[in-house]
Ligand binder design. Sequence first.
Ligand SMILES: [Zn+2]
Length: 179
Amino acid sequence: MQKPKNLRSLDIKAFAKADMHLEGETPLAELTRLAEDCHGDATGQVAWSAQGAMAAGASGKDTAWLHLEAKATVPLTCQRCLHPVPVEVLVEQDFRFVADEATALAEDDESEEDLLVLEDNFDLLSLMEDELLMSLPLVPMHPACLSEQVPTSPEEEAILSDAKPNPFAVLASLKTRKH
Ligand SMILES: [Zn+2]
């Protein structure tokens, strides 16, 4: 398989069968949904890599897998001082491709990896953007702004406790992030 030119239309089966490794840098501005969340202009790059493989699925039959890693520093808006706050976001996720939505639903609960339906024209950049969006903090804040913040109402307290990583919340988000 030749190196694909269009990352938004990837033949994922051929990619997996060739054990292909792709890596590159994509401007944040090209990921328009992510760029909308940025403070001012979306400057910077997403450094990413994608590794394809054929390996056993839930039924024991070989199927296509994708290991995706992405890293970016996203300029978000601090929810206290409203100045830009650079937030480093890391994604590392395994995906397994299944034949249809019904199989994805049936096998989702017992799978560590995320399940995706196999398509001929797979949009790798869109998947990467989804994963980065899910990894953004709900309430971005400078560490100094966070420690200065004293909750003045139950609503604000709820928002602030969201901003601090709570181990149980992290666990819950890991459980619910499957799609
Ligand atoms: Zn701040």
